[in-house]
Design a protein around this ligand. Structure first.
Ligand code: DP6
Length: 368
């Protein structure tokens, strides 16, 4: 038996991927940019096993067996086997895949990106596939290709029809900007939202704004974001991040029928972020939202206590003891002047919990 266990991270897009030009190969209409999150707080763990006595491929996700015949899983397996010299051997004919997340899948936190990145990374190790593998992860889920690297990652959209040049590249590694922290505000939401896969399909079919965005807005914005990262200009970078998030959700509203991922709590979080930044006259924090109401707040380390205290003030936790997950945060009083400036009513219980994390590294081998 050959067996290998790996972990892979979640990533959060700063420049968003929304829309495909090829559904099967998962080729995007625009390039995107993300930060990879630390696997100590959020990761997928996948064990892949091969052996001559296995007589079929099988997969288990979070303890439940799933269908192995899903096209995306099949595409990934096919591509790995196609690139491996070991595929002809009896002992590599079939695999068993067991994958879990260390965070609730239901929270809507990009579990498919971590899951497919982990699957591809583990299979590549098992089948001894070297070289670029982010393009294989892309076949599982577009955003998964960015989880193949740590730090700051760009997914180059590529121009080739076969997708060979549509893969991820690392812009900077995870220790490049060590002060950056991410607070994930898991918003209490009972309604399941439209999946990104089907949401972006409808946007491509119906939104004129999306076409303008991918052709005329993203290329310049991506360059600006990369420059702000290079020069470590937090204020400029966070302005771009918020505009990007808002444009994604504007396009969702421009889609027919409209897709509404943000709820009232998300909007209150946005308002709070702008009030705080207005008060200081410079960005202390920013938000970004994907295909759901949860907020990803990006902030520098020194300002985490201030931001966390504001979150607790305006969204008093239903359960104080289990509110904060991940990295610790020291206590800090919020200034009375700031509270008076913000002038917002608290919404108790609106945020279920907060995950405090930082920028992290790419997939790892746990054991073989
Ligand atoms: C809003 O990668 O989940 O998170 O390629 O169809 O699997 P598929 O979609 P997916 O879309 C992610 C969309 C997003 C923005 C982003 O991560 O760039």
């Amino acid at each position: 038996m050959k067996k290998i266990t790996c972990t892979a991270p979640v990533n959060i897009a700063l420049i968003k991927y929304w829309g495909k030009r090829d559904e099967k190969l998962i080729l995007p209409i625009n390039s995107s940019l993300s930060i990879t999150l630390d696997q100590n707080q959020l990761c997928a763990t996948t064990t892949v096993t091969a052996g001559a006595d296995l007589n079929e491929d099988r997969i288990w996700l979070n303890g439940l067996e799933e269908s192995i015949s899903k096209p995306r899983i099949q595409n990934v397996l096919k591509e790995i086997r196609c690139r491996s010299k070991l595929s002809e051997l009896d002992e590599f004919a079939h695999v068993h895949i067991v994958s879990t997340n260390n965070f609730p899948t239901a929270a809507g936190l990009a579990s498919s990106a971590a899951g497919y990145a982990c699957l591809v990374f583990a299979l590549a190790k098992l089948y001894e596939v070297d070289g670029e593998i982010s393009d294989i992860a892309r076949l599982g889920s577009g955003s998964a290709c960015r989880s193949i690297y740590g730090g700051f990652v760009e997914w180059k959209k590529g121009t080739s029809v076969d997708g060979v040049d549509s893969h991820a590249v690392q812009i900077e590694n995870n220790s490049y900007w060590p002060q950056l922290r991410i607070l994930i505000l898991v918003v209490n939401a009972s309604k399941k939202s439209v999946s990104s896969t089907s949401g972006m399909q409808t946007s491509v079919a119906t939104s004129d704004l999306l076409k303008t965005r991918s052709e005329n807005i993203v290329p310049a914005r991506l360059d600006e974001a990369k420059l702000a990262i290079k020069e470590k200009k937090f204020h400029d970078l966070t302005n771009i991040i918020m505009q990007e998030s808002n444009q994604l959700h504007a396009i969702c509203l421009d889609t027919l029928p409209p897709i509404l991922y943000l709820n009232d709590v998300s909007k209150t979080i946005m308002k709070l972020v702008h009030q705080v930044n207005d008060y200081f006259g410079v960005n202390k924090l920013c938000y970004t939202f994907d295909a759901g109401p949860n907020a990803f707040i990006i902030v520098e380390e020194d300002n985490v206590p201030l931001v966390y205290n504001l979150i607790k003030t305006y969204f008093p936790p239903a359960n104080k003891d289990s509110f904060l997950h991940g990295l610790e945060i020291s206590e800090e009083e919020t200034s009375q002047n700031l509270i008076e400036f913000i002038r917002m009513e608290p919404t108790p219980g609106a945020i279920d919990y907060v995950i405090h994390t930082k920028v992290g590294s790419g997939p790892q081998v746990l054991n073989r």
